[in-house]
Design a protein around this ligand. Structure first.
Ligand code: GDP
Length: 302
């Protein structure tokens, strides 16, 4: 239900248009496909993904000899799920180690909801019985450390920090030592998100990674890229930059509740080959849900 509620805007817009399309046509013809194509592009599904989707859809319609537009609901849903899953193996579950310290690194530009997501995930993991600690690795943005502390207090987990402007790699080192000595299960690490200087971003991420890799064998166990769904194709270009800068293992797509263009989920998965692990569906601590393509697509028409 939370999923459905969070998708309201996209559902109203996307399903509204598809319902209207299906009501207006008496048979599934070339024009029908053209209109559907426009609806998908307007929902931020992404041109390349849409083209492939429409081709597949046409083949399926032909194969099943579908003529009545009303029969298109199920085919559209099935093919949308297919196009998402064609992106690769589904590994939605976080790679949490059965024993020892798990380190999860968060990357993404400022304002996308990184801090909020870290807070929400800390809460979720804590509810699952894990001990959690946060590392204030964004030492660059004014207020970032304090904001993480607010979340730490709110969900009742410790935050390891240094002063603003200090070396993020040093913060990570401290945090890892603290996490080990307190037998913490999961360390969630914030990082700075300035994209203006790609070389610096890469260098900083590399340095942070090196410390983590050295101090915890096998870590980081996840590198989660946080993207803001309301920024559409901009989110896509951020994803490409971060993918070049570091090995991203999953995406958290925030503010899905704030956009009518939720189709970006499909585009991101399909064009980048990185699984969407969580979606942000609001500003509250509970508004983080594991992503599920079937729930998402069926939720659009429900
Ligand atoms: P950061 O700069 O990336 O750390 O971003 P913040 O965590 O400070 O979030 C920026 C703003 O986005 C805040 O006002 C958050 O409440 C809001 N926000 C974060 N995630 C979501 C979400 O899933 N839905 C909505 N509606 N707002 C969100």
């Amino acid at each position: 239900e939370k999923f459905k509620r969070g998708l309201e805007k996209t559902r109203d817009s996307f399903a509204g248009k598809v319902n209207d399309l299906i009501a207006r046509y008496r048979k599934v013809d070339e024009e029908f496909f053209e209109e559907l194509e426009e609806i998908l592009i307007a929902s931020d599904v992404g041109v390349a993904t849409v083209m492939e989707f429409i081709d597949e859809l046409k083949m399926e319609v032909k194969r099943r000899n579908i003529q009545d537009p009303k029969d298109m609901y199920s085919v559209i849903s099935e093919k949308l799920i297919d196009i998402y899953q064609a992106g690769g193996d589904e590994k939605i579950e976080l790679n949490i180690q059965p024993s020892g310290l798990t380190v999860i690194l968060f990357v993404g530009v400022n304002g996308v909801g990184k801090t909020t997501t870290i807070g929400k995930l800390a809460h979720k993991l804590k509810n699952e019985g894990k001990t959690v600690m946060l590392a204030a690795g964004d030492t660059f943005r004014a207020g970032a450390i304090e904001q993480l502390e607010v979340w730490g207090e709110r969900v009742g987990v410790e935050v390891i920090k240094q002063s603003a402007g200090s070396d993020p790699a040093a913060v990570m080192y401290d945090a890892i030592q603290a996490a080990k000595s307190r037998n913490v299960d999961v360390l969630l690490c914030d990082t700075a998100g300035r994209l203006q200087n790609k070389v610096n971003l890469m260098k900083e991420l590399e340095k942070v990674r090196r410390v983590i890799e050295r101090e915890v064998p096998g870590a980081p166990h996840e590198v989660l890229l946080v993207l803001d769904a309301t920024t559409g194709q901009n989110a896509m270009s951020q994803a490409k930059t971060f993918k070049e800068a570091t090995n991203v293992t999953g995406i958290v797509l925030t503010k899905l509740d704030g956009t009518a263009k939720g189709g970006i989920v499909l585009a991101i998965r399909h064009e980048l080959n990185i699984p969407v692990k969580f979606v942000g569906l609001g500003e509250k601590v509970d508004d983080l849900e594991p992503f599920n393509a079937e729930q998402f697509v069926y939720g659009l028409f429900a």
